[in-house]
Design a binder for this molecule. Sequence first.
Ligand SMILES: Cc1ncc(C[n+]2csc(CCOP(=O)(O)OP(=O)(O)O)c2C)c(N)n1
Length: 645
Amino acid sequence: MSTAKNRVNRRGFLKGAAASTAAGAVALVVPSPASVSATTMDETPVPLTPEQAAQSVAAADVDPSPTEPVFTVDHAGSDFMVDVLKTLDFEYIAANPASSFRGLHESFINYGGNKSPEWITCCHEEVAVNIANGYYAVAGKPMAVVTFAPSGLHHATMGIYGSYSGHSPTYLIVSDFLDAAERRPSVDWAGHSMLDPASVVRDFLKWDDTPASLQHFAESAVRAYKMAMTEPRGPIMIVADTSLQENPVPNRSKLHIPKLTLTSPPVGDSGAVAEVAKLLVAAENPLIIAGEVARDEEGMRLLVELAETLQAPVQGGGRGMPNQHPLSGAGNVRNADVILGLNNHDGLYQFLHHFRDQQERSSESLIKPGTKVITISSYDLYMKGNYQNVDRYTEVDIAMGADPQTTLPSLIEACKKLITPERRRVFEERGKRYATVSAQALERLRVECTYGWDANPLSQRRVGVEVWDVIKEKDWAAVGEGGGRLWKVDKFYRTMGGANGGGVGGSLPLGIGAALAHKKHGRLCVRMQKDGDMMYVNSALWTATHHRIPMLFVMHNNRAYHAEVMHLQRMSNRRQRGVQYARTGMPGATITDPNIDFAMLARSMGAYAEGPISDPKDLRPALLRAVARVEKGEVALVDTVVQPR
Ligand SMILES: Cc1ncc(C[n+]2csc(CCOP(=O)(O)OP(=O)(O)O)c2C)c(N)n1
């Protein structure tokens, strides 16, 4: 195989291509250096001649030297890695491609047949991780994500931090060229190799390992899955050394893939459960503050059973409580004599205190003296130092280090045993009072939704009501924020929670990952999509259309980073200045001039889209058309221009 011969062959091919172009194939209009100057002179783009096109392609072609010897491999290390990962039952694997995991990528698609897991193409690593986070929120099991150190990993970091703070067991496989003697010149050094890739994200990883052999990989890959899924769950990372991927397996029969056995969640100690039951049954005004209690429908059923057994109201914002249940959202911290906190994601402190964001910051306890505070939380069992996502230290009377969902059956049982007929009568009376208050609150909310009904731009509440009206008879799921209490959440899967670590921008792919998990159930996925959030990694839309993930986006397009506008207003008010921006918008926090055409953006990536819509009368017909498209399997977007809040 000689270099010269190859060049002649390639030129010959290009000549053929040029001839076919001349014979009527598509004409290239990419400007050559010559045509660029012609364009700037008279503004008329000049198509390339076939010869110029051929030269331009030849100049850009940087194939490695054809004199390199060719080797083939029958049993690549990455095939074995795929064997290992297939035992972990991943449905999908999300990635943006990179050469340091070309071995693994090729094994997944050719050797693994691109099935179980199927490769999900992402245009940004943060998209890949957040698709995995969203998928977990619905599927209840991890999605694998592949990226490389350091570049891809750096892009992925915000998503991984979201996994950590949202207790999402993202399974990260990060390729790295460990052996310097094996690296290709230049490219494998710059942007593809690190000494310790996990150091970039170790502060918010639950566990990581860098296997030095294929057997080591097998054991650590299984251990990693187990660690990720042990409560409290969290992201893990396995480094897949590029040489291990690409080198042949010396002796496959010597390699063993260990079996996975998941660790059962920690259940509350029986003595503590009995004590808590006693306090709850004796309480006059018990209050449950429920964070991430439920992992599935069973968790929701158990939380409802505890609340109904005691006729105790439930606050807290987690996914466990049907939102129109009479006990949902009721109660008052100030009146409570026993407060039970369950897996409160960001801590319990914020619920028990009133904080004033004024020049002099102050925090005042809301609870009465003598109120007993109890927590059942697996989050007490695992905490790291650097990232402060835990809230202030809360004084409590009983702290049970346990998984709430697993502890609820014994707690419910213990409560039931203590309830006398007299206590039951008290509970029933209490339940009736809460039912009345809850019905009144729901009615008030309905009335409030009519305020500004005909406003142009649209009121956000009107958009919520109109969307509800077109989805309420369907098997719907909100893959992001929904319409609040007016969207009747009666099943666990109707909502998805959020694992974005307080970062704006990552929640678009979170919604897409959730919709991917809903796809096989045929649910109608709806996402109220904020404009600011949309502008970070909107390439995720392409992943949704490419992989035929049906979902409806309804833009909450207020043409601003409005949360930040409000902060700036607060600062201006405090300093008694800044009114000049009331009409023009706050520099640095509004997204106008030009206005973004979100329908055009979505269409450019293959979605069906309508808008911008600011006149209320146009909304319902657009929603109906968009839902019809989603029901046919498409991605649809309706850009609604709304009032700031
Ligand atoms: C990664 C990141 N960048 C910036 C912020 C600060 N931030 C908080 S809310 C917000 C505005 C979000 O705008 P949008 O999504 O349109 O929602 P709106 O507030 O307009 O309802 C910003 C920029 C953040 N939380 N995360």
